[in-house]
Design a protein around this ligand. Sequence first.
Ligand code: FDA
Length: 393
Amino acid sequence: MPAADHYDAIILGAGGAGLMCALSAGQRGRRVLVIDHADAPGKKILISGGGRCNFTNIHTAPDRYLSANPHFAKSALGRYAPQDFIDLVEKHRIAWHEKTLGQLFCDGSAKQIVRMLLDECEGGGVEIRLSAPITDVTHADGVFTIAHGGRTATAPALVIATGGPSIPKLGATGFAYDLARRFGLKVVEPRPALVPLTLGGEEALFRTLSGVATEVVASAGKAAFREAALFTHRGLSGPAILQISSYWKNGESIAIDFLPDAPAGWLAAAKRARPRAHLRAALAERLPDRLAETLADRLALPGELANQRDAALAEVERRLATWRFTPNGSEGFAKAEVTVGGIATAGLSSQTMAARHLPGLHAIGEAVDVTGWLGGYNFQWAWASGWAAGQAI
Ligand code: FDA
């Protein structure tokens, strides 16, 4: 084996977090090596946002992140804000637009974001080694030694930026967790998040609505999201469901308000306006036809509205506003945009992302137990945590 190459810092993972960490450390004059087993950097960036990369959200705030410690993300998010990333994007003359709810996308292509990060890395003299499987990581006398792709590199600082296990076909692995555990860090049980939920049993009949979408409020516990829900051939998807999936746990139910804009008493008013109408017709005025039919079947209110007592109609309104689904699972890591859980923040400094008991070791990005909402929040965490570590290594 050739003699080891020595660096100031080695970053494992050339995703958004790893590249941001590398460019910021490199531009501070650090000698940085990035190692990735994939054959190209930033693969998740390339497929993100439908190929346009939803690279940040202007409403970024710590309460839009899930973590065992809701305060942990504050420091990094506060020091590297959405505007910092927008400044970088504008410096590279990448045109962007706000789509909805503060979500910023490239006008052109996600490739521009990867190109920008690589150019910035180059500006910082960062070396990137791809197609380099990591075969061993050791630590002795304050130095980390990384065996990878038949080579060896050493550095006093090591950054774990290999992400979470979502979408294994893109090269995602649980490597970060194994490595963290080996160095004495704890891992909060990872589970798929921003993921479609599946329906079975009695609720399987909703799968016949595959392709139907409607705006709802989806809630689980105290979390609630008003966005579109989409029925699929396996269950439920769409932004409202993806959002709530991060808060949902196996065995629990979620509540759907199918008519968030309907005023109280709307069905009694419909009865007076159209007494001969059936529930299905009244629902079809506010919901897609097929959904109206399925819900009316389930609610089983026989006959014309004129024959219903107002109290019964009020009960129907209540059920439509708090419809309970108990998903029998999710589509799993194969379809999850992110992972909830990960390297426990209790063992990390929120300022530097360094392990408290082993300050040369850092963890950033999705590998850490910080998970954002849908809509650019996860990249903002990747940038912010990467930048924080990049200032420290
Ligand atoms: P990331 O997973 O990006 O990078 C980890 C790197 O480590 C990869 O390059 C991988 O090859 C490498 N690696 C893994 N295991 C390794 C090993 N054993 N050895 C060596 N290297 C290894 N977020 C958002 O804010 N806006 C959006 O539009 C989207 N869209 C989106 C779409 C889809 C389909 C998905 C799956 C995800 C999103 N996301 C998103 C989430 C976002 O992609 C995610 O939060 C970030 O990519 C996380 O960045 P990291 O750098 O932490 O991990």
